[in-house]
Design a protein around this ligand. Sequence first.
Ligand code: 5GP
Ligand code: MN
Ligand code: MN
Length: 473
Amino acid sequence: MIQNESYYRRIDLPAGDLHVYAGDALFRAMGAKPLEMANNNLQIPNIRYMSYTPDAHVGVGTCIGTTAVWKADEGFVSPTIVGSDIGCGMRVHLTNLDADDLKDVKLRRKLVKAIEKRIPTENHARGHFSDIRLEDVLIKGLHGLPGKYVPDAYTPRRATSLTHVEHARFRYDENALNRIPEHLWHRAHRQLCTLGGGNHFVELQAVTLDEANRDIGERWGLRDGQVIVMIHSGSRSWGGAVNQHCGSEVVKTMRKLGLGTADPKLAFAPLDSEAGATYVNLMYAALNFAVANRHLLAFAVRDALRETLGPQAETRTLYDLMHNYALEESHNDEPLFVHRKGATRSLPPGHPDNPEPYMETGHPALIPGSMGTSSYLMVGVQSGARNYHSICHGAGRVRSRNATKQLVTVDEFAASLRVGQEDEVVVNHRALEAIIDESPQAYKDVDQIIESVTGAGLAAVVAKCRPLATVKG
Ligand code: 5GP
Ligand code: MN
Ligand code: MN
């Protein structure tokens, strides 16, 4: 049932309907460009449904915040709709620490340094992770990692890190891997356990449970004041290599079949074409890389926590999910091909695609805000089916990096991080200028975004999480 239509509108565009889940102010602030872009995307043949979540904003060819759906047997796949960082996503680990344990700002600084030491932004030195075969990671995802890299406080057999994930492994035709040249494999290998630049991050946060869903939070292992680790990263240069290889093949196929839209940047191919199938295979390899990368990042963070706070520091996986991908999914027993670009799947209790540990509650949906504001842990609700169980993937950018640099002063940025106060959000960059384009002012108001998501009946809040320290790429 629709809860509140002031958070939803159907826009009748010349090429088809666009569904927008956003309150009035957020909708008006989106401007005309996202509507123009939607009209181009809706020109792709056979598209059945397209929507924006409230964090939607302009991206290359397709807005970030898009859900686009085809019937599986007459489907198209679009590398443009998936986006450049294939498999980019979120991971949250619970810890046995309380915010009070990190009260000392010096300790937070030490912890940030310890994390930074283990997680470079760009590449590890050659020879790092020599016990991991990239091929195993690309083919088997989490199952391709040696058992010793367990980011959980359990023996490998009991680890939550393989069970509490949206996908541990995608299966596909491995022959597609031969298309990626060897030097790009080497590069990707050195990027295992790296963060990537921009808005990728590792963040320590403190939990406040939402009263209405306290029981769900407690079943997930959350408690008030608990420290959690939130990780945002993707497939690094492997995703780029896939796009580079497939982009030109997809465009050739479009020419051959006489396909196109008003936007030449919008690339797409039928699922049953060779270029379409190759892209899907290599995209799955990138999803495998991305989930393994986040797993290794979490392993490194646990190591850093133990070094800084002692061996009693424990973490376990709450969940890992993606927000840039395309996947065959069943909705009302109908096989569909669903693209999410900057959108998060959020399944309700009882939905068969929940992993077993979350079948009864629905799985956690992990929604970052910004380094100076809150982030959220959400859960799906039955009425989320109206948007194919897609919700926002963050607050969403409200202004470009350059515009942010021009608008925000270092003092304002420092104030939003409460620098100098007891509850300062400690960051890894000594000079705040270097990351001013990532200041909270670069993003929409996450509380408003969440209000739209809950108001439209797409998901419910389980916990609101306050940042304590952030390691930014
Ligand atoms: P994207 O996947 O589009 O690159 O970004 C996802 C979201 O992450 C952004 O819309 C923003 O809300 C959020 N975000 C970016 N930087 C940070 C950060 O440092 N900390 C937190 N908690 N969220 C962030
Ligand atoms: Mn990314
Ligand atoms: Mn992302």
